[in-house]
Design a protein around this ligand. Structure first.
Ligand SMILES: Nc1ncnc2c1ncn2[C@@H]1O[C@H](COP(=O)(O)OP(=O)(O)O)[C@@H](O)[C@H]1O
Ligand SMILES: [Mg+2]
Length: 300
């Protein structure tokens, strides 16, 4: 046993509700396995140092998602307070949250992604070529992401992305299937295909609709699946992630794989992808939570 576990959830990000759901599930699973686990619901932005100090926990199971919880901020606070925590450390969390930083590292590691550029203004986006995907560099949950198919839609897409964190990026539009690779204990555990019923896997499809379908394992040719598993593990390692993550790809009709991003604190709700992938390899939800707990530590 690891002593008293604080399941940190909620938080001030736009993903608060999803995090509460992840956190409640994790808390229930750990308690069911006999752990002394308590809920740490982070509400006000500046409350977190007090919350962590007062809770008097030996380890934090980080069930936050998005800004502050997933980008290295909370990890930094845990480092300073000397409380071990689950998931990626400060640097890996920050790198994964920043699409420019992570793309640079992926390219250096030989991992293929969509062709991309930074678009300082609308004209730069226009010069990139269509169809393209316009997105902010430091958001998640598809916030600010638009697919632009005709020039008339570009101005609105640029403005939407510019309201997000970071700078605006243009990416080549990859027409393909959406496949994620699950990583646990730093090894790939499987693939899952996401079949959104909307135009792309947007915020609504992620959180507000329940008609998105998931196929696990993803129906892919063996060599494509093998490549994805390896590329997923390489992406996880390249950013220096710890224990678990979910790596997102697009796979085109020719089997070409395009790495989109690494999510360092993927959803842990009952219908989230990492729990589905773990179940496929015989790891039930409580065991998954315990294995992630076992990977906790300090790691700047
Ligand atoms: N280059 C692209 N080509 C086609 N679709 C894309 C591309 N980039 C993103 N998308 C779609 O937008 C979604 C969100 O993009 P992503 O880069 O993963 O941002 P976020 O960090 O907000 O999840 C993806 O899951 C995919 O459905
Ligand atoms: Mg994504």
């Amino acid at each position: 046993m690891t002593g008293r576990v604080g399941v940190l959830m909620g938080g001030p990000s736009s993903e608060r509700e999803v995090s509460l759901e992840s956190g409640r599930n994790v808390l229930g699973a750990l308690q069911q396995r006999g752990h002394d686990a308590v809920s740490l619901d982070w509400v006000g932005l500046s409350d977190i140092p007090d919350l962590l100090r007062r809770a008097n926990v030996d380890v934090v199971w980080n069930a936050l998602h998005g800004t502050y919880g997933e980008d290295g901020c909370v990890q930094g606070l845990c480092e300073i307070l000397r409380v071990p925590y689950t998931g990626a450390g400060v640097m890996a969390s920050a790198l994964a949250m920043d699409k420019i930083a992570s793309k640079g590292l992926f390219q250096a590691a030989g991992l293929r992604g969509p062709r991309w550029t930074v678009a300082p203004d609308e004209d730069a986006a226009r010069a990139f070529g269509l169809p393209c995907v316009v997105k902010p560099s430091r958001e998640g949950s598809s916030v600010g992401v638009s697919i632009v198919r005709d020039a008339a839609a570009l101005a609105a897409a640029f403005a939407t992305a510019a309201r997000g964190r970071g700078v605006v990026l243009c990416e080549e539009y990859v027409k393909g299937r959406e496949v994620s690779v699950g990583i646990l204990e730093d090894r790939p555990i499987g693939t899952v295909e996401i079949l959104p019923t909307s135009d792309f896997y947007d915020y609504e499809a992620k959180y507000l609709r329940d008609d998105t379908e998931y196929v696990c394992p993803a129906p892919l040719a063996d060599h494509v699946a093998a490549h994805l598993l390896e590329a997923g593990a390489t992406a996880h390692r390249t950013l220096g992630c710890r224990c678990y993550s979910r790596v997102d790809f697009l796979v085109d009709d020719a089997g070409g794989c395009f790495l989109l991003e690494v999510n360092t604190l993927p959803g842990m709700t009952s219908h989230s992808l990492i729990p589905k992938l773990a179940a496929q390899v015989g790891i039930d939800y409580p065991e998954l939570c315990e294995r992630i707990l076992a990977g906790a530590g300090l790691n700047v």
